[in-house]
Design a protein around this ligand. Sequence first.
Ligand code: 1PR
Length: 529
Amino acid sequence: MITLLDYGAGNVRSVINAIESLGETVRIAASGEEIRAAERLVFPGVGAFGSMMQILNQKGYVEPLREYLAGGRPFFGICLGMQALFEASEEAFATKGLGVLPGTVKRFDIDLAVPHIGWNGINVQKPSVIFNGLAGTEKFYFVHSYYIAPADDTVTLTTTDYEIEFASSVQKDNIIGTQFHPEKSGRAGQQLLANFLDADRNKVMPPEILTETKLAKRIIACLDVRSNDQGDLVVTKGDQYDVREEGAVRNLGKPVELARRYYEEGADEITFLNITGFRDFPLEDMPMIAVLKQTSQKVFVPLTIGGGIRDYTDANGRTYTSLEVAAEYFRSGADKVSIGSDAVLIVEDYLKTGQKTGKSAIEEISRVYGNQAVVISVDPRRVYVNTPEEVDHHVIETAFPGPNGETFCWYQCTIKGGREGRNLDAVALARACEKLGAGEILLNCIDKDGTNSGFDIELINAVKQAVTIPVIASSGAGSAQHFMEVFNQTEAESALAAGIFHRREVPIDQVKRYLDAKVEIRKADRTYK
Ligand code: 1PR
């Protein structure tokens, strides 16, 4: 029996699913007494350090936790659950941590994108039970803006490089903590968790020891989901956002089945976009919630969900906030939510006044769940102009002239799945969303969507240069070479595709085989014993 400490923020569902899939049962600690009585305690922390410690204090969990940790029984802290072991964090200066390990938590002060999101490796420093069966070259999923700086080097189990070398896991006796998320790290993560759950395994070093690690470029599979005319929820795919063929909604498969297939083929992340979310209310009949719950039981890589994340008033006059909608998604297994139409409207207001209200979906969700949990999905379309002075937008000179030979263009933001163009450009939108607290930009391109003609490199460069948060390049992938092109010609941290994966034209494993040795990627998961 595993006791899980859930203080009420973020996606603990994934950790429960990962542990249960290993044949263990999980009980959520409902009191300090249950923490004291635990045999094996897992603490998956999500959100922000200050609010985590505040809730632990309010619930009276701090002393029971300290007693448990002093008692020498097994403990596994994940992400913030590991950071909590230290004395303090730069994320919340006035708040004390548990102070079980000496040292503090610092914010990345680096030139690379922060948060550090994605799959990175580990440099193993000393033997541990958790390395049984691992090769030592595996990559694990990270998502954080703060890192631990232990005052006592001997607790450092692994380090990871991201411009600087930081401690990515610790072990002191039976207390283990990882900055990365084993529950989101595919089969390698499952193996690592299984090692913790099995009391009989010995401390070992993996066969290969890295001396430097690299963040992988992520390959993301995207499933655009909506109800077809018969009312079934299907994965669909548009050509420049038009998902109908001979009048009917294209049906490319069932969401849960496809997501599982992409996990097996090596997708580093899976994104679901409820493409009619702008007119449906996600909590009304909740089909996407069911999709998410079922997917997260078997798919152990990060899941993003978008569509309809906004404030909403139902037919009975009950108002739901975007935070409530997001909370339901996180409880059901999502790691991130993506905001499309509402982000455009939020930024329009923000740019009008120059004032943050603190109440927008971007601000509210990032405050509670962390910036890394908020992705902005941008649906821009090219608008050609003859000169940059013609409009008050971020204009680029393009190598692909417009219909009348125009050599300049700007990227107009749209809402409602491309149905309505707005007087806002994608660069301004991305910049403002970063300021409001977004952690990542999912950059689609209506002109390129479904064309198989390659990513819009000019758009990706324009947006990537305007922000410091990670950018996901999307729309237009037609071959494995297109992925290489986007990674060589832009600084995008990841690339997303839909059509070529759904139609099996170029499966994910083929993309990875092509990129191998040319671009840093996460290799296909092997089977562990
Ligand atoms: O506006 O917050 O309700 O969110 C709605 C979400 O649904 C947005 O993220 C928006 O991008 C998405 N969406 C709305 N309508 C469509 C449509 O296709 N008619 N899909 C749509 C967006 C674009 C990509 C696609 C890539 C790769 N799909 O995500 O997967 O372009 O495709 P490709 O590799 O086949 O070229 P809200």
